[in-house]
Ligand binder design. Structure first.
Ligand code: PHB
Length: 393
């Protein structure tokens, strides 16, 4: 309660500052929270690359105002720390916008603060559907588990799998992925033989491989958060000969993010995943985006879905600043981007006016080696379906 009343006071002070600033050029701060250190640091670094690439392409001014991004490191799942970092950014740094959130619990810890602080949150990764329903000031430029898991189930069926075991991390996005996959796969005539939910901290997947073998499944669908868990799972899957034993794998692209492809190696060639972005996406906008990542000193071989979400997130924030003339009015800022559409490095996208999720194509990709480098080549498109982003019960 105390924290909230401090916030309300700070919000009032910020409101005052904003009305004074309407008559002169100002610096508008955006607080970005993400994993900049620790095992998931490549994804926080990707947030930074995406934002810096956007400012490289579009400058740091919107009208007369200068846009400044301020970063805070949150290495893992830590809702209490996420809350306190967001509060500190609002109260001390006087940020007018918040962005980031790699993990769902960290996003959900921030959404209750938004209205009293008069600050929108642009979610740059966290993918549980319910995040945007937890606050009218939350907008998402990443993806939802439903968006990527429904096509995974369709691809599984089209690829000939009939009996699937699902394996997910036991938290929001895992539960969404499991539900979306199972609902779609059974509707298509497939069977779910077993559903495993693993603690988020699981790093030894060898016992799980035995359960998969024993389940009688001809395929496994997996969701774990991109990073050390997904690489661990894939190495275990490939190392335990499941592939050669005829147990196929179909999954969202979280298990095959670009930085992990060299460590997966030749044995992974041919593996298929469904996702909204591959750095191999064949478009001029994507090639220009990767050039900008390189221009700001980023490593194109390590660029992921997190950098494209941040690039597009910066685009949404610029639009919000433009629409509000730099004034702090979170509701008006969010309203201004509802229905907004543009060409992203991932393809055509829009912000669904009802759910404030990004609507986008999802691609079936196959891991290939092209000119000596591994990539996820997009081989089929599942056209954008706004309702895949909705909360499904
Ligand atoms: C999430 O916590 O929502 C999350 C994290 C990593 C992913 C996907 C979803 O790869």
């Amino acid at each position: 309660m105390k924290a909230l009343s401090i916030l309300a006071t700070a919000a009032a002070a910020v409101g005052l500052a904003a009305s004074v600033s309407a008559v002169r050029a100002d610096t508008i701060k955006v607080g970005v929270i993400g994993p900049l250190s620790g095992p998931f640091s490549i994804f926080g670094t990707n947030f930074q690359w995406g934002i810096e690439a956007y400012q490289h392409d579009h400058g740091d001014k919107v009208g007369d105002d200068t846009v400044e991004f301020v970063y805070r490191d949150l290495p893992g799942v830590d809702p209490a720390k996420s809350y306190s970092l967001a509060q500190e950014l609002v109260v001390k740094e006087r940020v007018q916008y918040l962005a980031g959130a790699y993990f769902t619990p960290n996003a959900l810890a921030i959404t209750p603060l938004l209205e009293s602080a008069n600050v929108p949150l642009v979610v740059l990764n966290a993918a549980t559907s319910s995040i945007t329903t937890s606050s009218p000031l939350a907008v998402r430029t990443s993806f939802t588990m439903w968006q990527n898991s429904v096509p995974a189930a369709k691809a599984a069926k089209e690829g000939g799998l009939t009996k699937v075991i699902t394996v997910v991390s036991d938290y929001g996005p895992g539960v969404d992925a499991e539900t979306a996959f199972a609902t779609t796969f059974t509707a298509e005539g497939g069977e779910i033989v077993e559903s495993l939910r693993l603690p988020l901290s699981t790093r030894d997947f060898n016992p799980v491989m035995q359960r998969i073998k024993d389940s009688g499944a001809d395929g496994v669908f997996v969701f774990l958060p991109g990073g050390p868990p997904t690489l661990g799972f894939m190495k275990s899957y490939l190392g335990n000969d499941l592939k050669s034993a005829g147990i196929g794998i179909i999954s969202t692209g979280d298990v095959m993010t670009e930085p992990d492809l060299p460590a997966i190696g030749d044995i992974g060639i041919g593996l298929r995943t469904t996702y909204h972005y591959s750095t191999a996406h064949d478009s001029d906008v994507n090639r220009a985006f990767l050039k900008s990542i390189a221009a700001i000193g980023g490593n194109v071989d390590q660029a992921t879905m997190a950098s494209v979400a941040a690039y597009d997130g910066a685009h949404v924030i610029y639009k919000m600043i433009e629409a509000t003339g730099g004034k702090q009015d979170a509701a008006a800022a969010v309203k201004a981007v509802e229905g907004m559409s543009w060409e992203s490095p991932r393809g055509p996208v829009s912000i669904d006016p009802e759910t404030r999720h990004i609507t986008q194509n999802v691609y079936l990709r196959e891991m290939q080696k092209v000119d000596g480098k591994y990539q996820n080549t997009e081989i089929e498109t599942y056209p954008a379906q706004p309702d895949w982003g909705l909360v499904k019960q």
